[in-house]
Design a protein around this ligand. Structure first.
Ligand code: ZN
Length: 100
């Protein structure tokens, strides 16, 4: 029993040939705790990981989350957006459209 925040689970995009062009700048690689595949962790996710707010931060790929939700939609009940993630994606989109 503890009053610490529960484990945080971050949903991440799998590392693949296709995803390389759509990953926000400063992303690093982590592993999905369900299937062990490589996933991208954005700067906002890294900030959450190092904030100490959650004792344990886990990463899960979109594919694993999608199949888990099919079995138990309740797991999305406490889902939130990582602070800074929306701005980060916005900057990324603007950066892309400027470059291409
Ligand atoms: Zn996975």
């Amino acid at each position: 029993m503890s009053d610490a925040e529960p484990d945080a689970v971050l949903v991440c995009l799998r590392v693949s040939e296709d995803s390389i062009g759509s990953v926000v700048a400063g992303s690093v690689q982590r592993e999905c705790f369900s299937c062990g595949c490589r996933v991208w962790l954005s700067r906002s996710g890294q900030a959450l990981e190092s904030s100490g707010k959650h004792a344990v931060v886990k990463f899960r790929c979109l594919e694993c989350v999608a199949s888990a939700v099919e079995e138990d939609p309740e797991i999305l009940k406490n889902a939130t957006v990582v602070p800074g993630a929306v701005q980060e994606i916005g900057e990324h989109m603007r950066g892309n459209s400027g470059l291409r």
